[in-house]
Structures are given as C-alpha cells and as structure tokens.
Design a protein around this ligand. Structure first.
Ligand SMILES: *[C@@H]1O[C@H](CO)[C@@H](O)[C@H](O)[C@H]1NC(C)=O
Ligand SMILES: *[C@@H]1O[C@H](CO)[C@@H](O)[C@H](O)[C@H]1NC(C)=O
Ligand SMILES: *[C@@H]1O[C@H](CO)[C@@H](O)[C@H](O)[C@H]1NC(C)=O
Ligand SMILES: *[C@@H]1O[C@H](CO)[C@@H](O)[C@H](O)[C@H]1NC(C)=O
Ligand SMILES: *[C@@H]1O[C@H](CO)[C@@H](O)[C@H](O)[C@H]1NC(C)=O
Ligand SMILES: *[C@@H]1O[C@H](CO)[C@@H](O)[C@H](O)[C@H]1NC(C)=O
Ligand SMILES: *[C@@H]1O[C@H](CO)[C@@H](O)[C@H](O)[C@H]1NC(C)=O
Length: 276
C-alpha cells in the first residue's frame, strides 16, 4: 500500500553513494527504510523489527533507484520485507531473513492505468522466510504499462509460508476492490526465474496468474521442493497457473500445470508497446 499521510522512519531521496549499516528500526509507524531516486546504495547489517500485524510497515522500500545492494539483514514487519517499485534496476539482495511479514515483492506495479512501470535486473539470493504470507512475489495492477524483465529468486528457504511463489497480474489492494476491473493492458512480465525454492507452505505452493492479453513469457521454475506445513488443513489446489509459459527443471514438487509451449501465446495481442 502507498500511504502518503505517514512518513517512513528513514527516507533517502535523490541521493547517490548511500551506505546504511548496522542500524535497527523498531516499531516503525510506516515503512522502515525508503529510497527514492537514489543511485549506488548499500544496506547491510540492518534490522527492521515491527509486529506482523502493524499496517504498511514495509521493511525496505525502493522506488526509482538503481545499483542497489541489500544484504546481511533481518527484517520483521507487517508488510513486504522488501518492496521493489517502478524505476528500479540493477538491484541485488542476498543473505536476508524475512518474517513475520508479507514476503519479498516486486510491485504492485502499473496502478491507475496511466502509470508505466519499468523494473529490470533484480536478484534475490539466499533468503530465509518464516511465517510470511507470501514468499517470492511479483504483483501488478490490471491496466498498467511497461515491463518487468530479468528477475531471479534463488535459494529461498521457506517455512510456514502461506504462498511461497506468486505472480499476480490481477493485484488489487484490499482497500481498492471497487477500482479494480479487468483491463486489456498490463505490465509485461518476462525472464523471471524461481530456483531452489524449498520448504513448507500453508496454502498454495505456486500461484501464478498472468494477464489474459499480455501473458507471462520466459518463466523458469527450477528445483522447487515445497511440502505442506504440518497440521495445515487439506487444500484443494496446491498450485495454480494461468496464462504463463513456464519451463521446468526437476525436481518440481508439487507438480504444476502451465502452458507447455509458447506457440499458444503467439496470437495474443501484446499491449506492451511502451518499451522501457
Ligand atoms: C525528491 O527528489 C526529487 C528530485 O530531486 C524532487 O523533485 C522531489 O521534490 C523530492 N521529494 C521530496 C519529498 O523531497
Ligand atoms: C540476523 O539473525 C541471525 C540469526 O539469528 C543472526 O546471526 C544475525 O547476527 C542477525 N543479523 C543482524 C543484522 O542482526
Ligand atoms: C505468525 O505471524 C502471525 C502474524 O504476525 C502471528 O500472529 C503468529 O503468532 C506467528 N506464528 C508463528 C508460529 O510465529
Ligand atoms: C550494478 O550495480 C553494482 C553495484 O551494486 C555495480 O557495481 C555494477 O556496475 C552495476 N551494473 C550495471 C550494469 O550498471
Ligand atoms: C541488465 O542485465 C543485462 C544482461 O545481464 C545487461 O546487459 C544490462 O546492462 C543490465 N542493465 C542494467 C541497467 O543494469
Ligand atoms: C552470505 O551467506 C553465505 C552463506 O551463508 C556466506 O558464505 C557469505 O559469506 C555471506 N555473504 C556476506 C557478504 O555476508
Ligand atoms: C478477470 O479475469 C480473470 C482471468 O481471466 C477472471 O478469472 C476474473 O473473473 C476476471 N474478473 C472480472 C472482475 O471480470
């Protein structure tokens, strides 16, 4: 969620060569740490520590920022542990623990139809997540423009995570249900890799829902080993896949049915004419 009424605990705007090291932010009123229009940023040995039910308390929020390294940090909060927003490129995140929280996310992108989102070259590696609602997630609103290209989620250890792997192109924030209608345009997703995602989930292991008009291309799932968390209620569908061409490399547990050939997508209109 974007809530402009309350400021983040710590914000950098239009700054270059920023290093944030060794700080702890506890019980943040809203985002813990935010970067907007920044270049060459390093965040490490950082702790965010807010309750799982505190609203809008993203751990680290990046907007329009490039050449960013985030590592060796523990993030506990009531929203996304790391949130990557439009205009972010060349971002590398590793050795981070997340939980409680909503997981690590790109988006929600492309809100309000007119907004064009461009996100590229983002990697998340060696992430541990415990008791989060999502694991590795990309979320876009219907009707957006632009693209997300070149994303790697690698070596993500999950435990008690509700939905470990999520692509949601029908994202609609809880407070905005009435604004959301299906649109033909969408932020185009391509070149997205999920590899070595292992551990336990509470509801759906893989939940991929791509746009009808701009299906996801070049999605790779590799070495996925997800099992239900103990004592979770039986579920009807452990996986969901819609309008996505996915390449698999074994093991793939549980199995998921996605489009097996990109040919099925060729006659779809592509509305991502706005090259980033
Ligand atoms: C952030 O920096 C941009 C670019 O310099 C400027 O236009 C904007 O007003 C700044 N925002 C705030 C909240 O200071
Ligand atoms: C993060 O948690 C781990 C495990 O508890 C600990 O070893 C590490 O020092 C913590 N890192 C920070 C930045 O507090
Ligand atoms: C998981 O997180 C929720 C929400 O913050 C919290 O209520 C619950 O106690 C946590 N459970 C565990 C096992 O940590
Ligand atoms: C990406 O960012 C890193 C610093 O985090 C920098 O060393 C590297 O040159 C950048 N790569 C590109 C292609 O700009
Ligand atoms: C993104 O990655 C590609 C392929 O590695 C590279 O050619 C390009 O320069 C990168 N762009 C940025 C902005 O880092
Ligand atoms: C990241 O974690 C790996 C594996 O635990 C470790 O080998 C590496 O030194 C860590 N990197 C940094 C920069 O702390
Ligand atoms: C939007 O499209 C999705 C996928 O085709 C469909 O499941 C959903 O029911 C549609 N929603 C509305 C409000 O029409």
């Amino acid at each position: 969620f974007i809530c402009l009424a309350v400021a983040p605990a710590l914000r950098f705007n239009a700054s270059t060569n920023v290093v944030v090291k060794g700080i702890t932010i506890r019980n943040s009123p809203q985002f813990h740490l935010k970067f907007n229009h920044c270049k060459r940023v390093v965040v490490h040995v950082m702790t965010a520590d807010s309750p799982g039910d505190s609203p809008n308390t993203d751990g680290i929020h990046l907007h329009n920022s490039q050449d960013v390294l985030i590592h060796s940090s523990n993030l506990s909060c009531g929203d996304d542990c790391i949130s990557i927003q439009s205009g972010s490129t060349n971002v590398s995140i590793f050795n981070v623990s997340c939980g409680p929280g909503h997981g690590i996310s790109i988006g929600g992108l492309g809100r309000n139809y007119i907004s064009k989102a461009c996100v590229s070259n983002i990697s998340f590696r060696n992430i541990v997540m415990h008791n989060t609602t999502n694991g590795a997630r990309i979320k876009t609103w219907q009707g957006g423009r632009g693209s997300v290209q070149g994303v790697v989620f690698s070596n993500i250890q999950v435990s008690q995570v509700v939905r470990p792997i999520v692509i949601n192109q029908f994202y609609c924030g809880e407070k905005h249900k009435t604004e959301c209608r299906n649109q033909t345009a969408a932020v185009a997703l391509s070149g997205i890799t999920f590899e070595k995602i292992r551990g336990t989930y509470k509801d759906k292991a893989v939940d991929i829902a791509c746009s009808d008009n701009v299906p996801c291309r070049g999605i790779t799932l590799s070495a996925i080993e997800l099992t239900p968390a103990p004592n979770e209620r039986p579920r009807t569908d452990d996986t969901f896949c819609w309008q996505a061409f996915v390449e698999f490399t074994a093991p793939m547990v549980p199995p998921i049915g996605c489009l097996k050939t990109e040919k099925l997508l060729n006659n779809k209109a592509q509305s991502n004419r706005d090259v980033c």
